[in-house]
Design a protein around this ligand. Structure first.
Ligand code: ASP
Length: 342
């Protein structure tokens, strides 16, 4: 019997998989057939590591629900065969992909670790090697025969985060991600220290994937001086089913009549309006100020401490399920994958 941990690496694109052409200096994707030539260190793991590369690879700015469906499908197809999965992905939209997959991979009991880098693997000062090597080790880690981290995570610059709690906050630093409202799941130093109390334990139910993400949604980011026509025209988009409203502070918004009327009209027409804060830390509390109370009264639902990335993908997931409005509202305000603290 083969007891070696087995890991499937899926390369979607992004900086990590690039090498510099020594003569021209141009960045080209490296050949994933020869993964171990690029990162010979991984041969020292006693793991069975296979890899799949997207062809063509995509810059993560071109990420779309169809690609999430493809990733979920690959994981489903190979679920029984591997102990863990590492997805190499551009950092720009990695927090969205990690959030989306956390909802789409139902009853997940194996690690799905997304990682990438700010500098290509083929560059001397790359952060990609450490990110890649440690992501593999975390994907393979087990305790008492079970996966140590059976969640969709992002590993970046020595920290393992719950994927649906992250956002990309820095375009230059190696430490590119943050998870302000939830503790890190592991810290890699001399040893990898797991924060076991913060890691979700799976329910013993059959793994399955959800693929009907519905993107009939919009983000409404508030700012002082917003023109009424901007708000009205967003809320009147044909076929719109849900809006993630990025409000101020603890979930506050203007009290102007035109603003609340526009929201009320949208809600009365069957659009789910969810409230998340523009602050990167803390939570929406619509009971705190007059401005929030008015919105609660007309039926705006709270996203509590969810990131915009999690709220957007959760909305796509819930709308894709075709739930009636009362269940949509209930599930949006219920933690489904540890994405919020209600
Ligand atoms: N633009 C790249 C991407 O997100 C940046 C990166 O790989 O980090 O695909």
């Amino acid at each position: 019997m083969n007891t070696k941990p087995s890991i499937l690496v899926i390369y979607t694109g992004g900086t990590i998989g690039m090498v510099e052409d020594s003569s021209t200096g141009a960045l080209n994707p490296f050949d994933f057939e020869h993964l171990t030539d690029q990162v010979p260190e991984i041969r020292k793991f006693n793991y069975a590591i296979d890899s799949i590369s997207f062809d063509p690879i995509i810059d993560s700015s071109n990420m779309e629900p169809a690609v999430w469906v493809r990733l979920a499908g690959l994981i489903e197809q190979h679920y029984e065969r591997y102990d863990g999965f590492v997805i190499l992905h551009g950092s720009d939209t990695m927090a969205y992909t990690a959030s989306a997959l956390s909802f789409m991979l139902e009853n997940l009991s194996k690690p799905v670790i997304l990682t990438g880098s700010q500098l290509p693997l083929g560059m001397i000062r790359t952060d990609g090697k450490e990110n890649f090597i440690t992501a593999i080790e975390i994907a393979a880690a087990q305790k008492n025969g079970r996966a140590m981290v059976p969640e969709v995570c992002i590993y970046f610059e020595y920290q393992l985060y719950r994927g649906n709690r992250t956002h990309k906050y820095n375009a230059e630093h190696f430490e590119a991600f943050r998870s302000v409202n939830y503790p890190v799941l592991a810290q890699a130093g001399v040893q990898i220290k797991y924060n076991e109390g913060a890691i979700h334990q799976p329910y013993d139910q059959e793994f399955r994937i959800f693929t009907r993400m519905d993107n009939s949604i919009a983000i409404l980011k508030l700012f002082p001086g917003m023109h009424p026509e901007v708000v009205r025209s967003i809320l009147k988009i044909g076929g719109l089913k849900g809006v993630v409203m990025e409000s101020f502070g603890s979930g506050n918004a203007p009290t102007a009549g035109w603003f609340l009327d526009a929201l009320k009209e949208a809600i009365d027409s069957g659009i789910l309006v969810c409230n998340v804060t523009q602050c990167r830390g803390g939570s929406v509390d619509m009971k705190k100020y007059e401005t929030g109370i008015g919105m609660e009264r007309i039926g705006v639902v709270s996203g509590y401490d969810m990131t915009t990335e999690a709220a957007v993908t959760k909305l796509m997931y819930l709308l894709g399920n075709g739930y009636p409005m009362d269940r949509l509202k209930k599930y949006f305000q219920t933690p489904l994958r540890g994405e919020m603290t209600a």
